[in-house]
Ligand binder design. Structure first.
Ligand code: SF4
Length: 404
């Protein structure tokens, strides 16, 4: 089997793991993701490449990376063999219904560069199953990235997975070579993780590398880094396999973002995989993933606290309502915000106003008061959504509309 056939075989068994940047209003792509463990987003690309294959079949899909740029990314694995047995994962030890594939570092780097030189891919997302321990596996991931950066002089985007239980020096070297690192927590705490992945240790193997990334970033200069900067860091949770609540997921994710300066958190709805212990569990509603993304963006970009989220008694968010609108209905319906005096934090809590809209409103106010919705429309604000929650010079917009 040649290297491209191997890539295709890896891609066929990979689940989905969003890797791009998103916004509050477009936080995820419901109905395009299915979820497994160490996988990646696979969107089949109908364009036949110069390589004689559909690049989608090889595991190439478009991803929005830091800075908002969309690039074609090869998402693949060093090996689909694994000695661990995470209950939800297609690559778990003992699952014999498919043929495992393994790349050597030079083979992976060379194959990636062939696709890159054919103009079909601009970045690499590299994960792996674990064979001969996490340290040996991470060494292979690192060696691949070293070949790309040093031998092939590749200056593009590389996202590396950090295996559970690696050493601090390996974390540092990965940070020097990558654009982004991910350490997937998978579950919000040790109790839930034991139900998902019995051989993974929540604190020792997963939280500790995130802690090291933060420590290294704060205390060391990135002198050996390929671009003079440390890689950013992210994590991911599997949603809905083991009964965890949204409150559990969001409280851990908020803590990780604040404590370890994660660039973002990914939520991946559980999808059952045949021949795994979880094959009979129901797939998780993708709307739940969407609401979790919305909430996490409200923490990261809009200044909300966990306590402000509209959790029900079971600690879950209502699926039928946008959490920002739920907050506004509860807090602003009877006590609307005055657009001309609200501070930025309050402006950001008004439905229809995002960070850019809030900044434009504050700039516009320095030139005079905002007295009608048309003025807001010209600033790019979605006025229909905000009308029930604001005042313009002391008057409700709908009352103004009736006057005209
Ligand atoms: S460590 Fe767990 S999640 Fe990762 S490949 Fe192995 S079985 Fe799958």
């Amino acid at each position: 089997m040649d290297s491209f056939e191997k890539l295709k075989a890896v891609s066929e068994h990979m689940g989905l793991e969003p890797t791009g940047e998103q916004t509050y209003t477009q936080p995820s792509l419901p109905n395009t993701h299915q979820v497994a463990a160490c996988g990646a987003v696979i969107k089949k690309d109908p364009v036949q490449s110069k390589l004689g294959r559909s690049i989608g079949e090889l595991g190439v899909s478009n991803a929005v990376v830091s800075g908002g740029k969309t690039i074609p990314l090869l998402k693949t694995m060093m090996t689909t063999a694994c000695e661990r047995n995470c209950f939800y994962c297609p690559f778990r030890a003992g699952r014999n219904s498919f043929r495992r594939q393994t790349f050597k570092p030079d083979e992976m780097a060379k194959t990636f560069m062939q696709i890159h030189k054919a103009g079909k891919v601009e970045g690499l997302f590299l994960s792996s199953g674990i064979i001969k321990g996490s340290v040996t596996t991470q060494d292979k991931i690192i060696e691949t990235a070293e070949i790309l950066r040093n031998k092939y002089r590749f200056r593009g985007y590389i996202h590396l997975k950090v295996m559970p239980g690696v050493e601090k020096d390996q974390v540092r070297r990965s940070m020097e070579l990558a654009t982004r690192l991910s350490v997937n927590l998978e579950a919000p705490n040790d109790k839930r993780l034991a139900m998902l992945a019995p051989k993974k240790q929540f604190v020792e193997e997963l939280v500790r590398p995130l802690q090291w990334i933060d420590e290294i970033r704060r205390n060391e200069l990135p002198q050996r880094s390929w671009n003079g900067r440390w890689a950013s860091s992210v994590t991911q949770f599997v949603v809905g396999a083991v009964g965890e609540s949204d409150l559990e997921l969001l409280s851990t994710s908020e803590m990780m973002i604040k404590r370890y300066k994660l660039q973002r958190v990914y939520f991946s709805s559980f999808h059952p995989i045949k021949d795994t212990p979880f094959e009979h569990l129901p797939a998780q509603d993708l709307m739940r993933q969407h609401r979790l993304y919305q909430s996490s963006f409200l923490f990261r970009d809009y200044g909300y606290d966990l306590e402000e989220m509209p959790f029900d008694q079971t600690g879950n968010l209502p699926l039928g309502e946008d959490p920002k609108i739920a907050w506004a209905k509860h807090n602003l319906s009877d006590n609307p915000a005055e657009i001309n005096t609200a501070d930025r934090q309050l402006l950001l809590r008004i439905p229809g106003i995002g960070p850019k809209g809030a900044d434009k409103i504050m700039q516009a106010r320095t030139r005079g008061s905002i007295s009608d919705v048309n003025h807001l429309k010209k600033l790019g604000v979605v006025t229909k959504r905000l009308e029930p929650y604001v005042l313009l010079n002391g008057r409700r917009p709908e009352k103004q509309l009736r006057l005209f």
